[in-house]
Design a binder for this molecule. Sequence first.
Ligand SMILES: [Mg+2]
Length: 262
Amino acid sequence: MIQNHPMLVNPEVLAGKLDLYREVFLILDYDGTLVPIAPRPELARPDESLLADLKLLCGLPGYKVAILSGRVLGELKEFLPVPGLYLSSVHGVLIEDPAGNLTALASAGIETVINRLYTIAAECIGDKQGYIIENKLTDLTIHFRLADPGAEEVLKSFIEKSKGICEEFGLELLEGKKVLEVRPKGLHKGKFIDWVREKAPLAYITFIGDDTTDEDAFACLEEGLGVLVSKDHRPSKASLRINSPVEVQEFLRLLITKKLNH
Ligand SMILES: [Mg+2]
């Protein structure tokens, strides 16, 4: 798919676009999309009004709502206690539907490899401050938002030392907003889009996301709609752009109002 610069729209225009469809499967990234990015991942919590809006959205006729995030399932469940919500964790690797049914898209055995990479990351960081290493069993994430200017060196040595293992086990390294992730190749957010298309073939699939890992999902949308959250005009596989998480929340409220007034 060609990378273009998605056209900027306001929340009203975006809500109007979705209002044309009888059945919508709305998929939302979490960090940087629904809530602003926080200095530490545990601080990016939703406020009460966002939770209330998500509850209302899940109850709208013709609507299904999913969160598609790099976070682990336990965290998504704790942050978003919303009945009716689909949760897709670690970039779509483990999915929980509203009835509590689990679907795992990752192959078994990857955990041992991720554990080895965790040890390497811990060695490279040593006693340097400001890093968080997250072992998500099928994915390793190094957060370095709070690290000192030496972060580049640390990451370089981690990449150097883990290169062999990544090649051997078919893992790839991906750099996002102040995070470095290692994950199995071909296991990405786009897989969840495929899963949704199978579950709800008639629904208009809309995905909103802000980061590098969201591009795989944009690329898999076909007739659906991809919306990039970004203040800046930049290349993406999404077709539209919205400014900020604040505008995403405004868009959700407008969707609710439109539907309830019908
Ligand atoms: Mg994000």
